[in-house]
Design a protein around this ligand. Structure first.
Ligand code: 1CP
Length: 355
């Protein structure tokens, strides 16, 4: 597996030297690299056109659509990295979990997991279960040339939240009830999701992804002592399993201000920060030896351009406190965002940070 990863990342001579990979490795960069979480998708008219009549999970299983949708924001914005078009629920669907991604809602699970019998559906993921992912990543690496491709997966807590609640949730009450009330079942669930997550990320790196991001989007719902006891061992195991593959590992969650130190301990190379904690303060909390990714509030993109510019310059300035900085939003692009603002922002980040 490791040899595969090295072979494919050697595919394009400029790749290893890209600003994005250099920043992740905390090396000097020609400009601050920038990409946006959810840069593909509903804010782009070309995405809405190509998705017409195609359900989300079907789109995620068709390599030619995955390739085209992943490339759309790279062409339009000139961002420094592509993110594989998929969803965190794809590996769970691939092993047979009965779920759908409903327009305007998100993931919905037919039989939420509430007891030990519910775990049976979570079998191991093999590369054959997601052969369309391998095919799409290979196709993308060829098309992208010197632009790195980021593979991704959902982290065990965030996946567990959908599996237990049955769909999107505000407070994750049932998830926490299981975590506090059934530690044995919680551990078994986390173990299985950890293995699935590792397997899904390995598939993407083996096919040529140059970096990976672990989305623990909803883990900010937990207090630090709960993160340490019930989540950290699994985050650690995921990052340790990926280390031999030699690609940068990014760890992101929303509302994680109080968890940043622990997330730094989990073993990623880059810690993603939402908009609530300024990057210079985040650098202090995460500690040395990590790059940071973030963290413009996605809602700032609705403000007049002067405000966007001022706030983006502030993110860049504070990002200099970190050992490496990848510019991003503090969470995903909102569907109603004007793509022209993102284009202008991308150019601003490149021009302002060029040395
Ligand atoms: O830029 C890209 O290519 C986006 C690819 C992408 C990613 C990285 C999609 C496509 N989903 C994800 C990850 C994902 N999915 C996360 C982690 C990132 C984050 O925190 O935003 C999460 C929590 C999900 C779950 C999910 N899938 C939601 C959120 C629901 C909730 O709980 O609030 C939603 C709305 C989806 C559906 C989805 N995934 C992706 C798209 C484009 C869509 C919209 C569906 C559609 O177009 O019909």
């Amino acid at each position: 597996m490791a040899a595969d990863a090295l072979d494919s990342s050697a595919a394009h001579p400029a790749l290893g030297d890209s600003a994005f990979l250099r920043a992740c490795r905390r090396e000097a960069v020609p400009h601050t690299p920038v990409w946006y979480m959810r840069q593909a998708g509903r804010s782009l008219p070309e995405y809405l056109r190509i998705r017409e009549g195609v359900p989300m999970l079907e789109a995620c299983a068709r390599p030619e659509l995955i390739v085209e949708i992943t490339l759309q924001p790279v062409r339009r914005y000139g961002v420094d990295a592509a993110i594989f078009f998929s969803d965190i629920m794809v590996p769970l669907r691939a092993i047979g979990v009965d779920l759908d991604i409903k327009p305007g809602v998100g993931p919905v699970i037919a039989d939420p997991i509430r007891d030990a019998a519910g775990l049976d559906v979570l079998r191991e993921l093999t590369p054959d279960d997601v052969s369309y992912v391998t095919e799409a990543v290979r196709g993308l690496v060829g098309e992208l040339g010197g632009t790195p491709l980021i593979g991704f997966a959902g982290a065990p807590f965030t996946l567990a939240s959908y599996l237990i609640e049955g769909g999107p949730s505000k407070n994750h009450d049932l998830t926490k009830a299981l975590m506090y009330g059934r530690p044995d079942l919680w551990a078994a669930l986390m173990e299985r999701l950890t293995e699935i997550t590792i397997a899904f990320l390995r598939v993407q790196v083996a096919a040529g992804a140059s970096a990976v991001q672990l989305f623990d989007s909803w883990v900010g719902a937990l207090a630090p002592e709960d993160y340490r006891a019930s989540i950290l061992p699994y985050s650690r195991r995921i990052f340790a399993a990926l280390e031999p593959l030699g690609v940068p590992r990014i760890h992101f969650g929303v509302g994680t201000g109080e968890l940043l130190g622990l997330m730094g301990e989990a073993g990623a190379d880059v810690v993603g920060v939402d908009w609530r904690v300024p990057l210079d303060e985040a650098a202090r909390r995460v500690g040395p030896g990590k790059a940071l990714q973030g963290n413009l509030d996605p809602a700032v993109l609705y403000a007049p351009w002067e405000t966007v510019e001022r706030r983006a310059r502030d993110v860049l300035a504070r990002g200099r406190a970190a050992d490496g900085h990848v510019f991003n939003l503090g969470h995903g692009v909102q569907p109603s965002t004007d793509p022209d603002v993102l284009k202008r922002l991308t150019d601003l980040v490149h021009e302002t940070s060029a040395q």
